[in-house]
Design a protein around this ligand. Structure first.
Ligand code: CNA
Length: 246
């Protein structure tokens, strides 16, 4: 049900010049891609080795831990279309309110929705990269059959293992400085679909100016709720309809 808080959100949007969105896996669940930490998320699947699947040290020791897991996630990501939440961001961009999306997602759906710029701090699945040389890359589409079969991929140039151009636990995030600069410029930081538990991204809101309004739109509570100006514990698709940005 629409409440005065939704009106407050729209007033905040209309009065803003520089909204920056910080997004996470919850933005893509309605597109058919599970998140990590929801009751139906990837970590709840007993056949998945939890955080080990995205751990670079585990990958170096045994790439099949990742490849057998990704065989199931990859088709879900590849076939997905932007959700209502992604479309809301594009609408806010067209209204010249939203200036940047910082996403932890690797599915590329913010880009597919037409958002620009999108800072993909945890990388993306468009390419596979060699773990020994970042210059060795192969478009993921060329590896489709091996990925779906759960086979680990070898670099055609040097024979080392390849993984998607995604940041694993134990690796440095991409473009953190750029993300930080955008957060510092934001008059509204719109945080959507993230548990705000994965660092360093979860620490980005600390770099907002004192004037920045923080809005949290997430199904479950986050460690930042108490400091936010507006908090919506709602389904993102429903929210987009209530604020008429669907
Ligand atoms: P997370 O820790 O799984 O948190 C997701 C949050 O979204 C949870 O708090 C949920 O309550 C919330 N949520 C889920 N669905 C909805 C919904 N429909 N409406 C509102 N809220 C919802 O995921 P984070 O993004 O916080 O963690 C960062 C990880 C997740 C990054 O490293 C990503 O690469 C990784 N990840 C990405 C994808 C993707 O690209 N789509 C999928 C799964 C995991």
């Amino acid at each position: 049900m629409r409440t005065p808080k939704h009106d407050q959100f729209m007033e905040m949007v209309l009065g803003s010049q520089n909204i920056v969105a910080l997004t996470g896996a919850g933005l893509s669940t309605s597109a058919g891609i599970p998140d990590f930490r929801s009751p139906k998320g990837i970590y709840a699947d007993p056949t998945v080795a939890g955080e080990r699947v995205f751990d670079i040290n585990v990958f170096r020791e045994d790439p099949t831990v990742f490849s057998s897991f990704f065989a199931k996630l990859y088709p879900q990501m590849k076939d997905a279309q932007p959700s209502k939440g992604h479309k809301m961001l594009k609408k806010l961009q067209d209204m010249r309110k939203l200036k940047c999306v910082i996403t932890q997602n690797i599915d590329g759906l913010d880009v597919a929705a037409g958002c620009d710029p999108v800072i993909e701090v945890h990388g993306h699945i468009r390419d596979y990269v060699c773990i020994d040389s970042v210059h060795h890359k192969v478009p993921t589409t060329q590896l489709d059959a091996d990925i779906r079969a759960g086979r680990p991929i070898k670099c055609p140039e040097c024979g080392a293992w390849m993984k998607p151009d995604v940041v694993f636990f134990g690796e440095h995030v991409h473009n953190l400085e750029k993300a930080l600069t955008e957060v510092q410029k934001a008059d509204v930081l719109l945080i959507m679909g993230t548990s705000l538990t994965v660092y360093p991204v979860a620490g980005l809101p600390d770099y907002c100016s004192d004037e920045t309004k923080i809005v949290i739109l997430n199904g479950a509570s986050t460690p930042l709720d108490a400091q936010a100006d507006l908090v919506f514990h709602e389904d993102i698709d429903t929210f987009t309809e209530l604020v008429r940005l669907a």
